[in-house]
Design a protein around this ligand. Structure first.
Ligand code: ZN
Ligand code: ZN
Length: 569
């Protein structure tokens, strides 16, 4: 049987465009909080009470939409619509599976928490304060019913998610006390309204405290394990990451990659040893690598110079990419660097803050945190972690040509579907790939050095950084499917991935309350590297790295396996 390469059909694509518009409208109606978070404010005053009826509504929405999708012939759609189609389909199937099979609403009490939704209304100035407060109030009315439904849903929760739920719900209370009080004082609402709103907030706080207390006293003799188990884990991996590989396949590749990284790290340590140490190199390879990393971590900026160091690197990265002709970077869309806004204070490092799909004129910000007010030891340990080398890799990852550059490309073929259902493995995978690609092309070379190669110091620190995402995958898979103990996990992270004890402890906590998410970096990275190899094979001597990057990014934040099918077709 031969299926001819159908030409995109104009009428079918037009019909699909209409379908997408309707789909998104309906999606927001049943997910009002998600809508608010992406800047769609029509349903700001609605809070869905998470009961059986709301789950039934969601399931029937999924079924109906999946049926409608069947009326399209995916082969008649343009590349952009085809990937949108596949992403909508995956989203719907994932939602069905999450409700019917995963059932997190039963065993994960931390899915119930309203403070973030309310904090957004107060903190996000998309409308006049008075209007936002009115939405806040109307939404507030639902809070007691929301937590009653939560209590009805919970069965046999895990101890880890129970503790997290108590901690996070109690932590959110200031939103309804301090933050609301301040906002009311600034508003021009009447005294009557202010009293009414404060009273509703008091009832919400009571509901939250009651929920936390109820969880604390729960008679939970046979708690569910936080470990997902192999079957659910594989399924979740498939639904969420949309990878061309299974979780087990990715895990095996991560194990092999870890071994490869250790070999490279040892060879690099041997190369560097006499430059930094007069003593003999330790016989144990992991000990030798660790000592080399420790020594290189001494090279770090000062706490005061931290922000400036980050800011100064961005034009250097852009200039390097231009000089090496690695991909086009639109000079009309410069990245706006800003000091972290007050509500993010205390989060050091750097992160990208992009406007939502409904805020087209918004700037993309590079939030740079400061270490102001940190105690000396904490700051020193942080600066050693984000030393001279890692800081550059961080900028590559977050900004240029990582997340920020990917976003600029994604915006050139705007798709509301890809911006709301964007594939995390592709997004993180690109940023992780960008780190390797920059070093391969000699980033960090001593100016005018005849070799034009990234120095071994840069490589060693890169390997350590790359080891982190590699071990994230090994950890996540082993903990959830193979019963890895905390002891074994700490050995992996501290001894083999050279992490600090505190960082490893934090990672352990994260793996006990999340599943699959820690795999998205390595999975996307592996798939992009594989695709690049396949394109090299296909194009032979005509392969152009620049063309590969630009074509890859032109499809937007779609799963790598869909991009792969389009690029290799
Ligand atoms: Zn120091
Ligand atoms: Zn990232």
């Amino acid at each position: 049987m031969s299926i001819a390469h159908a030409q995109p059909s104009k009428t079918e694509n037009a019909r699909f465009d209409v379908y997408k518009g309707n789909f998104v409208e309906k999606l927001w109606k049943i997910n009002p909080s998600w809508a608010s978070s992406v800047g769609y404010h029509k349903y700001d005053d609605v809070l869905i009470v998470p009961d059986a009826a709301s789950r039934a509504t969601e399931l029937s929405f999924c079924k109906k939409e999946l049926d409608t999708l069947k009326t399209f012939n995916v082969n008649n759609l343009t590349d952009a619509n085809r990937t949108d189609y596949l992403m909508i389909q995956s989203y719907l199937k994932n939602t069905e599976w999450s409700i019917a099979q995963l059932k997190g609403y039963e065993w994960d009490p931390s899915v119930y928490n309203v403070s973030g939704l309310f904090a957004d209304i107060l903190g996000n100035e998309y409308d006049l304060l008075d209007n936002r407060l009115r939405s806040f109030y109307r939404k507030l009315i639902f809070v007691p019913a929301y937590y009653e439904a939560a209590k009805n849903n919970i069965k046999n929760p895990t101890l880890e998610h129970t503790a997290l739920a108590i901690e996070q719900n109690m932590g959110g209370i200031p939103v309804f006390e301090t933050d609301l009080k301040e906002a009311l004082a600034k508003s021009s609402l009447s005294e009557g309204e202010k009293t009414q709103y404060a009273a509703a907030a008091a009832l919400a706080v009571t509901a939250i405290k009651d929920y936390a207390e109820w969880l604390g006293k729960l008679d939970n003799k046979t708690p569910r394990s936080f470990r997902l188990g192999k079957k659910l884990y594989e399924e979740k991996f498939g639904h969420e990451l949309q990878s061309g590989f299974t979780a087990e396949e990715i895990y095996k590749q991560a194990i092999a990659h870890k071994k490869e990284l250790h070999t490279k790290m040892y060879a690099t340590t041997q190369r560097l040893w006499t430059k930094y140490y007069k003593t003999a190199m330790p016989a144990d390879t992991l000990t030798a690598i660790r000592q080399m990393i420790d020594r290189l971590s001494d090279d770090h900026v000062t706490a005061v110079g931290f922000q400036t160091a980050i800011e100064e690197q961005l034009p250097e990265l852009a200039a390097f990419i231009k000089r090496k002709d690695l991909l086009f970077i639109d000079p009309t869309k410069p990245l706006v660097v800003r000091k972290e806004p007050a509500y993010m204070a205390g989060v050091a490092g750097a992160s990208i803050n992009s406007p939502g799909p409904y805020d087209k004129n918004g700037n993309t910000y590079y939030n740079v945190g400061s270490l102001e007010g940190w105690d000396k030891d904490k700051a020193e340990s942080y600066l050693r972690e984000y030393n001279k080398y890692i800081l550059q890799i961080l900028n590559i990852h977050e900004a240029i040509p990582g997340h920020y550059t990917q976003l600029v490309y994604a915006n050139q073929s705007p798709s509301i579907i890809k911006s709301i259902l964007g594939n995390n493995a592709m997004i993180e995978g690109w940023a992780v790939y960008a780190e390797l690609m920059m070093l391969e092309n000699g980033y960090g070379a001593i100016p005018l050095s005849p070799t034009d190669e990234a120095p071994p110091e840069m490589w060693l620190m890169y390997y350590k950084w790359n080891m982190r995402s590699t071990c994230n995958t090994i950890l996540d898979y082993s903990v959830h499917t193979a019963n890895m103990s905390k002891d074994a996990a700490m050995k992996l992270l501290v001894n083999e991935a050279f992490q600090q004890q505190a960082e490893a402890e934090g990672k352990w906590k994260r793996v006990t309350v999340s599943q699959v998410q820690l795999c998205c970096y390595f999975t996307g990275f592996t798939e992009i590297c594989n695709l690049r190899d396949a394109m090299k094979k296909k194009s032979g001597k005509n392969f152009s790295l620049k063309q590969f990057h630009e074509q890859f990014l032109s499809y937007g934040s779609a799963p790598v396996k869909h991009i792969r099918a389009l690029m290799l077709k």
